[in-house]
Design a protein around this ligand. Structure first.
Ligand SMILES: [Zn+2]
Length: 129
C-alpha cells in the first residue's frame, strides 16, 4: 500500500522525473536506492520513497573536482556540479562524477546511503516513514 502512495507522491513532486524512472504503467519496479540519469543531464536521487532531482550547472573553471559520492578527485571534464533544491530556501550543491555507474560502484551502498541522507535530510517532503 505504501508503494502506491509513494509513487503518487513522487509523481506529484517531480512528474517528469517520476515518469522517466517508473514509467507510467502500474507494476513498474520502483528503485529503492540509487542515482539515475534522467533527461536533460539531470539526475534523480532515490532513497526509499523519496526522490530528489539534481539539476546540472554550467561548468566553471578548470580546477579539479572532488566527487561527493565516491570521494575521488576528478578533472572538471569528468565531474559535474549539480544543484538540488531541498526546500524553497535551501539549495544544496553536489559534485558528482559524470560516469555515475562507475561512481556508484566505487561508492557502494554505504556511500549512496550517506549521500541520500545528506540530501534528503534537507528535503522537506512532508511525510514520515
Ligand atoms: Zn564519483
Amino acid at each position: 500500500m505504501s508503494d502506491h502512495s509513494e509513487r503518487d507522491l513522487l509523481r506529484e513532486l517531480f512528474p517528469e522525473t517520476a515518469r522517466e524512472l517508473f514509467g507510467s504503467g502500474a507494476g513498474a519496479t520502483v528503485p529503492t536506492l540509487g542515482l539515475y540519469p534522467v533527461a536533460d543531464g539531470r539526475m534523480a536521487l532515490v532513497s526509499g520513497g523519496h526522490l530528489s532531482e539534481l539539476e546540472p550547472l554550467e561548468q566553471k573553471g578548470t580546477k579539479a573536482a572532488h566527487c561527493d559520492l565516491c570521494h575521488v578527485t576528478r578533472s572538471r571534464s569528468e565531474a559535474g556540479v549539480f544543484r538540488v533544491r531541498a526546500t524553497e530556501r535551501t539549495t544544496l550543491y553536489l559534485t558528482l562524477c559524470l560516469n555515475t555507474e562507475h561512481c556508484q560502484r566505487r561508492a557502494g551502498k554505504q556511500g549512496l546511503e550517506a549521500l541520500a541522507e545528506r540530501v534528503l535530510s534537507r528535503v522537506a517532503v512532508g511525510r514520515e516513514e
